[in-house]
Write a new protein. Sequence first.
Length: 366
Amino acid sequence: MCIRDRVSTQSTWDTLKGTMSNCKKDHKLQWSTRAQQEDKFKCGKCGEKGDYQEGRWCCDECAYDVCNNCKKPPPPNAYCPEDHLMGWSTKPGENPNGKYECMKCGKGREYTVGHWKCHDCDNYNICSQCRDPPPLYMFCEEGHPLEFEKGAHESGAPTFSCDECEGNGRPYAKGRWMCKTCKEKGNDYDVCIRCRAPPHLKCEKDHMLTWSFSPENYPTGKYDCDACGGNAKIEDGRWTCLECEHDVCTKCRKAKANTKCKNGDVLEWVVDPEDQMGIACDLCDANIETSKGRWRCAPCSYDVCRKCRPTDTCYMNHPLKWTSEEEGCKEGKFECLTCDGKFDCADGRWTCKDCGFDICPDCKPE
């Protein structure tokens, strides 16, 4: 039987790998290795038979199962034998000698070094040698997974203090990672986007996402968005980390994003004679060397760096090349990914043919 909606730890893997895909009735799928009376199950996506002992994503309420070929399984030891999701903790346990026995290798380990623990099962712990520790700021101090939240705070306060870097004045409007479990107990735990980037900008290993149409490793031509869980077509393009297979759809982060400010005004390319201190990118929050140029909306004081909106490369960091060939064009025209305009390919464009990335001459700064 697939375990659903257990306790706060049920969202651990959701946090590590984005929001999971849902069944046909929009219930979240959960991972299970529990045996059933039958030897095999039928995948609700591809229709193929799968072995229960190999694990599956399932919704027990709807008797809906998805095989490992249609949806990647979680990393080894992500769940305890009872299908409870494991959380990360550096807090000392109840053992007075400060140590625990790893349930995988059987060795005694110190709690404070960090370990994976099941909040539901007593004394089920896995050491960091048997399962790599998570990236920074994935869990609060209690071992609960952090979730990304953006928008005004219910208290009406405009800013918060980050519990990791201790930075004050971090705006709620730009988003933060927070622990809902601790919040329900009256203990706010918040991490700013300078310490951990928003989910639509970077993967879990802190790699910057890039724009791609590449179908590599996606034989069905579709993928699951790791931000919203939706299913989308590869041919429509996506933000991705190819190394980690982390994908974000255009609903969560627009394909032609970073060309306008938050009020819809078109950004202009600006180069300052000297660096101006204290100017950060409004997308990734990184400091900008303004003497090397940035995209800017002056009335809104809105700035975007060259990494978030490249000027010499596509989003996969391939150099753009000038061409007037019509290869890759539809009916002899292309759509500029910066201004959304449609132009004749014969008149020339800056392009990356591998990624289908095109920019008109007016939108590429010198």
